[in-house]
Design a binder for this molecule. Structure first.
Ligand code: CP
Length: 309
């Protein structure tokens, strides 16, 4: 694996290897020097807490050095483009860049221009593959298998997490349902068994209730207007009666407390939300190891001009 842009980039074998490696790192809870001498850059053009910090911790735990690019105090403010910025960073002889952007498809373009691995930390409504991988790690750790019934509930239409997670689960024979207000549902999705506006139907037989927040930064309506759509879809103690008693609650975060998920459920015994955060570090350690272990096999410069015109 050279860059990680989409769940489509990963075979089932590669995902299994990342899951096993992540759980091994979690079991060992120790630092290694496997990336000693490497420099990893985090370049997040959109806000983040979990993804950025966990990648930074993961890189340090593997012995790498971390440089954090901060858009708000950078030469972006003087009109430099994001691509020119990344090419400038690459020229400083760094080994990999983790990016986040609101521009759908930009990480793919960047990975075709740059000669170092690019890891997609989320692009607009498109993909968030490292979130999907940490979710698969968390589900596998809890259930010991991934051929699960998973109900994804909330603002699906604007969610890059739902897209990447459904693609990842499909590779393992999981049955995925999507549920939310009809204005926030896709018409269809290749990796999904069924799409419904009926929460009871979605949660019936679900092993995992995976909740998503309203992506207020990506929707046209005022947040309070959108919030009304979700009143019927809040995952709370009462709604969880629709799901089997063994069902667990997951959420990629950040969550809007008492909007899509109730305070009583967020940190309840059935919630794996903080375990997802914990596993994010180990999963990103496994991803960095996977990505950087193959650097050198294909490190020739790309035909930059062809891509730029
Ligand atoms: N789940 C997720 O991507 O969280 P952050 O936006 O905090 O990185």
């Amino acid at each position: 694996m050279r860059s990680l842009i989409s769940m489509d980039d990963l075979s089932k074998d590669e995902i299994e290897r990342i899951i096993q490696q992540a759980l091994e790192y979690k079991r060992l809870k120790s630092r290694t020097k496997v990336l000693e001498g490497k420099f990893i850059v985090t370049a997040f053009f959109e806000p983040s807490t979990r993804t950025k910090l966990s990648f930074q911790k993961a890189a340090m735990a593997l012995g790498a050095e971390v440089l954090d690019f901060l858009p708000s105090v950078s030469s972006l403010q003087k009109g430099e483009t994001d691509l020119d910025t990344l090419m400038t960073i690459e020229a400083m002889d760094v080994d990999a860049i983790v990016v986040r952007t609101r521009k759908v498809g930009a990480p793919k373009l960047w990975s075709e221009v740059l000669s170092i691995p690019v890891i997609n930390g989320g692009d607009g409504t498109n993909e968030h593959p490292t979130q999907a991988l940490l979710d698969l790690v968390t589900m596998f750790e809890h259930f010991g298998r991934l051929d699960l019934n998973v109900a994804i509930v909330g603002d699906i239409l604007h969610s890059r997490v739902a897209n990447s997670l459904a693609k990842g689960l499909k590779k393992f024979g999981a049955k995925v349902r999507m549920c939310g207000p009809k204005e926030f549902l896709p018409g269809e999705h290749d990796a999904v068994d069924f799409i419904t506006t009926d929460l009871q139907e979605a949660l019936d037989g679900a092993d995992v209730v995976y909740v998503l927040r309203i992506q207020r930064e990506r929707i046209e309506q005022a947040f309070d207007g959108a919030r009304k759509f979700f009143e019927r879809f809040q995952v709370n103690e009462k709604v969880l009666n629709f799901a089997p008693s063994h069902a667990v609650i997951m959420h990629p975060g950040p969550f809007n407390r008492d909007v899509e998920i109730s305070s009583g459920v967020v940190y309840s015994e059935r919630s794996l939300i903080l375990e997802q955060v914990r596993n994010g570090v180990y999963t990103r350690m496994a991803i960095l190891k996977e990505v950087l272990s193959e650097v050198g096999e294909d490190s020739g410069l790309r035909p930059v001009q062809k891509v730029l015109v």
